[in-house]
Write a protein that binds this ligand. Structure first.
Ligand SMILES: Cc1cc2nc3c(=O)[nH]c(=O)nc-3n(C[C@H](O)[C@H](O)[C@H](O)COP(=O)(O)OP(=O)(O)OC[C@H]3O[C@@H](n4cnc5c(N)ncnc54)[C@H](O)[C@@H]3O)c2cc1C
Length: 307
């Protein structure tokens, strides 16, 4: 991870900084760029707009690292409401859901969290909705993967995410291919100890391409989630050279980022899915987005100085 990115993530984790960002109206415009709104109704409006453009959607109810049982229960109740809203949508086939195991209570009681996750899957299976488990910081990687391995025996409508910055991810790619579960490949958004990572951006990008190729050749409908045009171009050529059909995978991008690229890939006949987050617990998600592109931070600093 770059020095600038690590500094932004560390600074953003300080409580006074969080209070400033949450209270200041200066951040609202930037927050709105990345987050569809506070409510499910607002998120569904955005989801249907995206679906009207011919793209697919994954809805994410923001929240993570839950330490209270009632909060985890509320989050899982919201997941089930999302599944109901998707089932009632005219675009139901284009929309699925992304969830976090720490939001289901993984830090409180792992087997209770698994029950919560299974209940969401059970309801989603009724309307053929796919449930993706987002990957969180490396403390959770093994627990997430082993839980998916257990649960997949009963529910095929689930899969997870693997991060190319982690050394272990090539092995995990093989594990998920063996299982038959769908994988979203990402670079990784958390501050991780160097001992666990493959190294700098170049090494992360190299492993990203390697994982994406393995998944596109052997995996179950992988999601190639990135806004990195160089990687997208390289993978598009590889796909053409190797006769991989466009229906075998999808590109994924985040709401508010590279809409031009989302639309141009769709126009070329690829499947493209937009990840749409909503809810009032937006702070950790928002800071990860700022850290990914220091230019986002400059935008805010300029606004502060102009005041
Ligand atoms: C659909 C989706 C789901 C994800 N799920 C997870 C997950 O479960 N776990 C996890 O750890 N990470 C997740 N991520 C985040 C991911 O790990 C990266 O942090 C993020 O995608 C940025 O990396 P990049 O591949 O776009 O490449 P980068 O090298 O970071 O960026 C390439 C280019 O994309 C553009 N760009 C990237 N980020 C931004 C931004 N925030 N604002 C403006 N422009 C930007 C810039 O032009 C940049 O030069 C997800 C990403 C996507 C797209």
């Amino acid at each position: 991870m770059s020095f600038g990115r690590a500094i932004i993530l560390k600074t953003a984790a300080l409580k006074p900084v969080e209070r400033l960002v949450r209270r200041s109206f200066l951040f609202r415009g930037v927050v709105k760029r990345f987050i569809a709104g506070d409510t499910l109704a607002e998120a569904m409006i955005s989801a249907e707009e995206v679906a009207e453009r011919g793209l697919k959607v994954s809805l994410d109810f923001l929240g993570e690292s839950t330490t209270k049982r009632d909060e985890a229960e509320q989050a899982c109740a919201m997941y089930r409401q999302i599944v109901e809203a998707i089932a009632a949508s005219p675009h139901r086939d284009a929309i699925n859901i992304s969830i976090k195991l720490t939001q289901c209570g993984l830090d409180i009681d792992p087997s209770w969290a698994e029950d919560n996750y299974r209940q969401v899957l059970w309801q989603a299976a009724g309307s053929n909705t796919f449930v993706r488990v987002d990957m969180e910081a490396s403390d959770y990687t093994e627990r997430t993967i082993t839980m998916i391995e257990r649960v997949f025996a009963d529910f095929k409508n689930t899969g997870t995410v693997l991060q190319s910055y982690l050394k272990r991810s090539l092995d995990d790619t093989r594990r998920m291919i063996k299982l038959g579960a769908r994988v979203r490949v990402v670079k990784g958004a958390y501050l991780e100890p160097e001992s666990l990572t493959v190294g700098d951006k170049e090494a992360t990008d190299r492993q990203y391409i390697e994982m994406a190729k393995i998944l596109m050749a052997e995996g179950n409908y992988p999601a190639i989630a990135t806004h990195d045009e160089k990687i997208i171009l390289a993978l598009k050529s590889w796909v053409n050279e190797n006769g991989i059909e466009k229906e075998r995978f999808e590109w994924q991008m985040l709401y508010g980022i590279r809409r031009d690229l989302q639309d141009s890939l769709h126009a070329e006949g690829y499947n493209v899915r937009v990840y749409i987050p909503f809810g009032d617990s937006w702070y950790p998600y928002f800071t990860r987005r700022l850290a990914e592109r220091p230019a986002n931070m400059w935008f805010i600093l300029k606004a502060l100085f102009r005041k």
